[in-house]
Design a binder for this molecule. Structure first.
Ligand code: GLN
Length: 192
């Protein structure tokens, strides 16, 4: 199974290593050709404004929207979650606008800019997972069609909507491939 990682900016190599550990073939996606070759795509953390601009200035944004709408699994981590959202509550723009979540950028402010907690995410793994938040967003609300996988202090930090997965934190910088395995299961089960 070929899983792409959008390779313009951000935590690309970490995701590629984890995908390998989880049993997939990682592909760095920079051009249209690579995007058409993959079975699924990860939008990594980084700076959503920068990645969003790249998506708009190339054909990649349009193709991701088209492929996601016809069922390609897409997982956004951190900035990737912002790229997926239909609404960014503290901005007046939207990027891919695919997932029915209302996200807040840089939601933890400067005091809690970056932090790590351990929580079980039952859909993903019975044991507590290390959750690394780096200037992270959270979702303030989600439509009924969205399955909330984890809330932290009443805010949504992991969610799935059919073929779309969003996490506010960064599983790729931990030593645990559980989230990547969960995504690969979404890819192998027809999750439309
Ligand atoms: N704060 C970044 C943004 O708004 C996201 C940070 C991250 O991806 N680690 O895009």
């Amino acid at each position: 199974m070929k899983v792409g990682v959008l390779a313009f900016q951000g935590a690309v190599r970490e995701h590629m290593n984890m995908l390998k550990r989880a049993g997939a073939e990682p592909v760095a996606v920079k051009r249209e050709k690579e995007l058409y070759e993959v079975d699924a795509l990860i939008l990594p953390g980084g700076e959503s404004t920068v990645i969003g601009k790249f998506l708009r200035e190339t054909e990649l944004g349009r193709i991701i929207i088209e492929r996601a709408k016809s069922g390609m699994p897409v997982w956004g981590t951190c900035a990737g979650m912002i790229l997926l959202a239909k609404r960014i509550v503290n901005e007046n723009y939207v990027h891919l606008g695919l997932m029915d979540i209302w996200v807040r950028r840089n939601a933890y402010g400067s005091q809690l800019d970056s932090f790590i907690v351990r929580r079980p995410v039952l859909a993903v793994s019975p044991k507590p997972l290390e959750l690394v938040f780096i200037r992270a967003p959270y979702a303030e609300k989600a439509s009924p069609g969205v399955e909330v996988l984890l809330e932290l202090d009443g805010k949504i930090v992991a969610a799935r909507q059919n073929n779309l997965l969003a996490t506010a934190f960064h599983p790729e910088v931990t030593d645990d491939p559980s989230f990547h395995k969960f995504f690969l299961e979404m890819v192998s089960s027809d999750c439309e």
